[in-house]
Design a protein around this ligand. Structure first.
Ligand SMILES: Cc1cc2nc3c(=O)[nH]c(=O)nc-3n(C[C@H](O)[C@H](O)[C@H](O)COP(=O)(O)OP(=O)(O)OC[C@H]3O[C@@H](n4cnc5c(N)ncnc54)[C@H](O)[C@@H]3O)c2cc1C
Length: 432
């Protein structure tokens, strides 16, 4: 096995913002192994367009809190929401210290944009590639850490546990199909969302909710796994593959939705689930496969400065957004449910943590407020790292030997996970 040891202090599955920020907050003396199924820069964290929310002044706390709760249909955990909001200024300061450049005005102050569900502009951004800006800086910082090893093309297939205590994971080298155990004092599930299970999604196809399958297999508690967010505006295409997102902040900056007669039909700045329902109803009424999004009200300067990637993508698809509306359709985008965790990212299995989109910490309730997910992922990853550190490393444990013959049929295992996730989501939806 190239370089992989049998035992680490921490095993992290996933190299998106959650996995990376956990690694960055572990002590220099902790030996850490990070796994990613794909290349390290192929995570949804790299795709985030709109931005990251921040508590821009203490006086905005009440409105930010209310906006998050209202978007989540008040099914959010108020303690988690408060923790996220109050932690945000320090987190942003830390990102800036890694070199992350958010848009600023002529005086050097942050510029804030706005998306649906926000009563105030409070979203920091970097053009329309905020996720790439943040995640590439975190990845570069992690790559400099001598105690952290990143292995690309390695997949976590399962956790190894004894008496509801996690001892590491079963890992597959995807190129060779070789399966082997990696033992660890602590394991973090940071495997992202579930878009790969959907035909139309903005997510990378390899994000298939693996942590959920693993949790279901091992009796680890899940929450709200039927809470899936559909983004109202992705570029409509007949082609197969990942759907290209048209960030909500284009509507925050003035873009409007139009029906087949080029008439407005809803308030574009309502929360995502409400705008999605309005679009679906309009498509059914008009008998169309999409509606139109008109970005012309934004103006050429802002389109080219704030949304260069969207502008270029639409041009490549044959639409100049400065001249004409573009076709848009809702698609799966985000997953509010997940592996149930407490305020420090602890799951119901001892020594097993989860953070990021795969975890459910109560921040989002039934529907995520735009640009809260990078923030929430980063904060819970840091908290998980600190909780592991407080519990301590290097405990002398006897690690259970695991018969790995049950993992030889990879396709069957993945099918079982997918079936279990779908069945559980249906069961939850039925019980709601
Ligand atoms: C198009 C798009 C735009 C978005 N825009 C915004 C935005 O503007 N603001 C915002 O706040 N949020 C946005 N989001 C959501 C946000 O990007 C994600 O919720 C967040 O990045 C999740 O981070 P993560 O670390 O949990 O997961 P990811 O970044 O998705 O990383 C998951 C990692 O897990 C790895 N992995 C998966 N399964 C396994 C396995 N079994 N073994 C090993 N590795 C595995 C993957 O390879 C990957 O490295 C957007 C999402 C998309 C798709």
């Amino acid at each position: 096995m190239p370089n992989i040891l049998e035992k680490y202090d921490v095993l992290i599955a996933g190299t998106g913002v959650a996995g990376l920020n956990c690694a960055l907050h572990l002590p220099a003396g902790a030996r850490v192994l990070m796994l990613t199924k794909s290349a390290a820069d192929r995570s949804d964290s790299f795709l985030a367009q709109g931005g990251i929310c921040v508590l821009k002044s203490p006086s905005d706390f009440g409105k930010y809190f209310d906006d998050t709760m209202r978007a989540g249909h008040y099914e959010n955990d108020p303690a988690a929401v408060e923790l996220m909001i109050r932690s945000s200024p320090a987190l942003i300061e830390e990102l800036v210290s890694y070199g992350v450049a958010f848009a600023r005005d002529e005086k050097g102050n942050f510029r804030y944009t706005r998306e649906g569900g926000h009563s105030e502009p409070r979203i920091l951004f970097h053009d329309d590639i905020t996720g790439r800006e943040i995640t590439s800086h975190l990845l570069a910082a992690v790559r400099k850490l001598p105690n952290v090893q990143i292995m690309e093309g390695y997949e976590l297939l399962d956790v190894i546990s004894e008496g509801n205590e996690c001892c590491g994971g079963v890992v597959r080298e995807n190129e060779t199909g070789k399966v082997f155990p990696v033992y660890a004092d602590y394991t973090l599930l940071a495997t992202g969302g579930v878009g790969g299970l959907w035909e139309n999604s903005t997510n990378y196809r390899h994000l298939t909710g693996d942590a959920l399958g693993i949790a279901l297999k091992n009796g680890i508690e899940l929450e709200h796994i039927d809470y899936v967010q559909i983004h109202p505006t992705t570029f409509y295409s007949e082609k197969h593959g990942r759907r290209f997102l048209i960030s909500e902040s284009v509507r925050g900056e003035g873009a409007v939705l139009l029906d087949k007669n080029m008439q407005r039909f809803c308030n574009e700045l309502l929360p995502r689930d409400i705008v999605t329902s309005a679009i679906r109803a309009q498509m059914a009424k008009d008998g169309t496969k999409h509606v139109w999004l008109d970005m012309r009200p934004i103006g050429e300067k802002t389109v080219k400065e704030h949304f260069p990637t969207i502008y270029r993508h639409c041009l490549d698809e044959g639409y100049d957004v400065l001249q004409t509306p573009i076709p848009v359709v809702p698609a799966q985008h985000y997953f509010m449910g997940g592996v149930k965790v407490d305020l420090d990212g602890r799951t119901s299995m001892k020594r097993l943590f989860a953070a990021g989109e795969t975890a459910c910490n109560g921040v989002h309730g039934k529907n995520r407020l735009a640009s809260n997910s990078l923030l929430e992922s980063l904060i819970w990853a840091e908290r998980a790292a600190k909780a592991m550190t407080a519990e301590g490393f290097g405990t002398k444990r006897k690690y259970p030997q695991r018969d790995l013959s049950g993992y030889s049929d990879y396709a069957a295992l993945k099918k079982d996970y997918e079936r279990a996730i779908r069945e559980e989501a249906e069961r939850e939806a039925y019980c709601d």
